[in-house]
Design a protein around this ligand. Sequence first.
Ligand code: AMP
Ligand code: MN
Length: 330
Amino acid sequence: MTNEISHLLEIIETHRSFLLLSHVDPDGDAIGSLIAFALLIERKGKKAVAYDQDGVPEIYRFLKGCDRIVSVIPPAEHFEVAVFLECPDVRRAGTACSPFIEKIPLWVNIDHHMENSRFGHLNIIDENLSALGETLFDLYRESKEPMDSAVAEALYAAIMTDTGSFKYINTTPRAHEISAQLIRLGINPYRMYEEIFETLSRPAALIAARAHSTLEIDNGISCITITLDMFKETGSTADDTQEIVNLGRNIKDVEVALLFRETANGVKVSLRSKHNVNVNEIAVKFGGGGHLRAAGCTIEADMKHAKEMIFAAVRKALQEASGHARPNER
Ligand code: AMP
Ligand code: MN
């Protein structure tokens, strides 16, 4: 890992202009990592454009430095290096960036998802990390650049959100140790939590209430459904739905929680599991991916068919898992 970080630092030293990209439907780790990387490049006196096709969700807009993230790449810009953050494959960055990235000669791929396709010239992949923010922390440490409060907040937001506020199975001693160092740098953990999780907008609260009322529970599987009509009725957007699947996950005896969200081009499925179903494997079957216990995919079908396909795959996985449950994971 250290070798790869040194290689990345060498690339940063020897190039001048960088396009930083993260995935569609960005989460706190995507946004925090983009900000921290952009600030490092700027600190070195170089040019960075940080890009996310879907922009910055409202709940992360308090982060200093988030104004650097654009959802349209300035057409006249020329870049020497593309840095993909949190993208298991190039498609995860969305299609709008394709004309730009094809012209960029050097690609760096930094990720912690399972099944990353290693599409970069330099690939820094560690699926054991709680969040990609950990790699950015290592990058700052190796570069000897000091972390100011903007960087510390961005990295704390990355780790806090990807660990579900330090409660999911990916919460390691190192996630806590790094967070402790960030707190010592002056960030306020309660303020961070409050800004991200206790500032629901009215439309976000209304869509959560509507979505929760669709909850179904069946043999260890919970299912919540969000339709396009619900967005219209509540004035909410997809950004407002990131936490909704957790109600289904918090139910006793539910192993797999599913959220089906209707979109203009199909159905976005979020999958969460607790102890013994590898939801990454299921999502990969449908062209998506993620982690062992949290994954997603988009299915180009109507709601009824998307549900049939996913339920069949989840039931099969549950059956297989019941044959070899891992009690030490409880
Ligand atoms: P979500 O259900 O969108 O909150 O995503 C859960 C996890 O799966 C996150 O780490 C996402 O980055 C990842 N993920 C979601 N959708 C996809 C996809 N289509 N391809 C790869 N990873 C995904
Ligand atoms: Mn992440």
